[in-house]
Design a protein around this ligand. Structure first.
Ligand code: HEM
Length: 148
């Protein structure tokens, strides 16, 4: 994967499948509770990162960032426009979220969508993986960034 992340835009159909699934998931008040239950259970290292977290705020922030990743996937040459602050927050200078954490994040998220989305299937799973990968690649690429 080239560091500038230049790549073909995600298929419009994939964006639509993701968007519709995100709406169904968001309609279930348990969605983000279940996600954080799964993510925190995935590793003690993850739990340690969230020791002092206000999860009411965190769930709002993460829901907003799922929509920002959708915008970034629609416009993959300009991820900075949508995700710069989220990337800075996760970088080595701040939260120190290295690449090894993101597989746990995506596995926990997809497992939660499987449980919550009544229309879950292979297409929905692929759409979440494709769209989230845009955001994850960008965050990982900015891990060492200084004040960018
Ligand atoms: C694409 C993946 C991810 C997205 C979209 C995302 C999104 C966010 C957002 C929007 C915030 C709130 C930032 C703010 O305070 O304004 C946040 C905070 C945080 N994220 Fe992530 N995140 C991702 C992956 C991860 C991973 C893999 C970890 C690993 C443990 C992680 C740990 C944290 C922590 C510890 C906080 C701060 C919580 C606090 O304020 O106590 N994130 N994340």
């Amino acid at each position: 994967m080239p560091p500038n992340l230049a790549r073909c835009p995600t298929e419009p159909r994939t964006l639509e499948i993701f968007d519709e699934s995100l709406r169904r998931c968001s309609a279930n008040p348990r969605f983000l509770d279940r996600f954080y239950e799964a993510f925190l259970a995935s590793s003690p290292k993850v739990r340690q990162k969230f020791t002092n977290t206000d999860f009411v705020r965190q769930k709002r922030a993460v829901l907003a960032s799922l929509h920002l990743i959708l915008l970034a996937a629609q416009d993959p040459e300009n991820p900075d426009r949508y995700l710069r602050e989220v990337a800075e927050r996760h970088s080595s200078a701040q939260l120190g979220i290295g690449a090894e954490f993101y597989d746990l994040w995506l596995d926990s998220l997809v497992a939660t969508v499987r449980e919550i989305d009544p229309a879950f299937g292979p297409e929905v799973e692929q759409a979440w993986e494709d769209v989230m990968t845009i955001g994850i690649r960008y965050l990982v690429s900015r891990f060492q960034a200084r004040g960018a």
